[in-house]
Design a protein around this ligand. Structure first.
Ligand SMILES: NC(=O)c1ccc[n+]([C@@H]2O[C@H](COP(=O)([O-])OP(=O)(O)OC[C@H]3O[C@@H](n4cnc5c(N)ncnc54)[C@H](O)[C@@H]3O)[C@@H](O)[C@H]2O)c1
Length: 361
């Protein structure tokens, strides 16, 4: 890797006090050995395999737990053996957990840290682009119960986040697109100027680490403004669900055959198109935003998305009221991302059908 300009970190205010985000490009041996105190590492199995040499000191510790990053392992039942391992390893209240992995390892560690011994410190070394640019801040943990994804959760921020883009070299293309999907979402929320600037750099994101690092930081700083005002997601933070109601439904309807941030990218395009069909935004706005979205989901548009499972998952979304679907849609020109209630009627169904047909065309 060439010389990378290391960016300044920052501090986030949360209900549990401030926590830090640092950009740290030191060798991974140094980064992990700089963590002090008694640590119990929870490490993604792919990271353990790909970074066996750099993380040897972590992996050799008898207390380190290595788990596969799968949605099944994010279920409440599969988390129990991890808790049992920590208890066997004599975890104590003044110890800390350290997650090394993407959003799945984050969710598992954050959830355990909020309940085990009534709360433990946890630190996070995010290894996916999605986790570095989005999920590492904001305090949420979400775990699955059977088919119900993310239905159990807590608000429990890490004590410190250490971002090293060294990890990104080994990410698969699908996971790079997934992370870029969340970066796009945050810039859409920021407004047309931020969105169009990102669109101008889109083709360099996967190839130019300095450009990417700048957008990771920008995405986190935009998100910071919302989570500091509304950490518990009861008001202004709701707009961060843009693309997510549709995205979660697409993930469920395709049995998670599509990475989270790519499903969100298709979900944003779906939200925009449905908004245009309902005259909430002019067609022109939908076209403006659609170009970058289509580039980012690429050939994933060919994956069949069955309508009935999609609509069924949409109606189960946590945000819905008893009488309406609560969606986050673009409104106006230039589009601003807003909460909007929609009746899940025959008109809405036909608009979903039209989008899915156009997607495959
Ligand atoms: N808590 C939150 O705020 C929040 C926010 C967004 C998403 N999520 C959750 O995060 C999960 C998705 O997370 P994700 O996209 O970060 O991915 P992930 O944790 O599912 O990992 C994706 C794949 O990348 C592999 N991987 C991780 N780091 C790697 C690296 N550096 N090199 C090569 N492979 C690597 C993993 O082993 C896995 O196979 C979903 O379960 C989603 O619900 C949580």
């Amino acid at each position: 890797m060439g010389a990378l300009h290391v960016l300044d970190g920052f501090t986030i205010q949360s209900h549990k006090g401030p926590y830090t985000v640092t950009f740290d490009e030191r060798p991974l041996e140094e980064l992990t050995s700089s963590l002090t105190g008694t640590r119990h590492f929870i490490v993604d199995a792919n990271i353990a395999r790909l970074y066996a040499r750099e993380l040897a000191a972590v992996l050799d510790r008898p207390t380190t737990v290595v788990i596969k990053a799968t949605e099944e392992n994010k279920s409440i039942h599969r988390i129990i053996p991890v808790i049992e391992a920590l208890v066997t390893n004599r975890v104590r209240r003044d110890h800390a957990l350290v997650a090394i992995g993407g959003g799945i390892i984050q969710d598992v560690t954050c959830f355990i840290a909020s309940t085990l011994l009534r709360g433990l410190r946890w630190d996070f070394i995010p290894t996916t682009l999605l986790a570095q640019a989005d999920s590492c801040i904001g305090s949420k943990s979400s775990v699955n119960l059977g088919e119900a994804k993310n239905i159990l959760g807590t608000f429990n921020p890490p004590a410190a986040v250490h971002i090293s883009t060294r990890f990104l070299d080994t990410l698969e293309d699908r996971d790079v697109r997934s992370g870029i999907g969340e970066i796009i979402k945050v810039h859409a929320i920021e407004g047309a100027a931020a969105y169009d600037k990102l669109a101008g750099h889109y083709d360099h994101l996967a190839t130019d680490r300095t450009v990417l690092l700048g957008y990771i930081r920008d995405a986190l700083l935009i998100k910071q403004r919302y989570i500091e005002r509304d950490e518990y997601d009861k008001g202004v933070r709701n707009v961060f669900n843009y693309g997510h109601s549709f995205g979660h439904a697409i993930e469920a309807a395709t049995h998670f055959g599509i990475p989270h941030g790519v499903a969100v990218t298709i979900g944003m395009d779906m939200a925009n198109n449905i908004a245009a069909m309902r005259s909430l935004i002019p067609e022109q706005e939908c076209l403006r935003m659609g170009q970058m979205l289509r580039k980012n989901y690429g050939d994933f548009r060919r994956l069949p998305i069955p309508l009935d499972p999609l609509l069924s998952a949409l109606t189960k979304d946590k945000k819905n009221t008893s009488s309406a679907l609560v969606l986050i849609l673009p409104v106006g020109e230039p589009a601003s991302i807003q909460r909007h209630e929609v009746q899940g009627d025959a008109v809405f169904r036909s608009q979903c059908v039209r989008f899915l047909e156009d997607l495959k065309a």
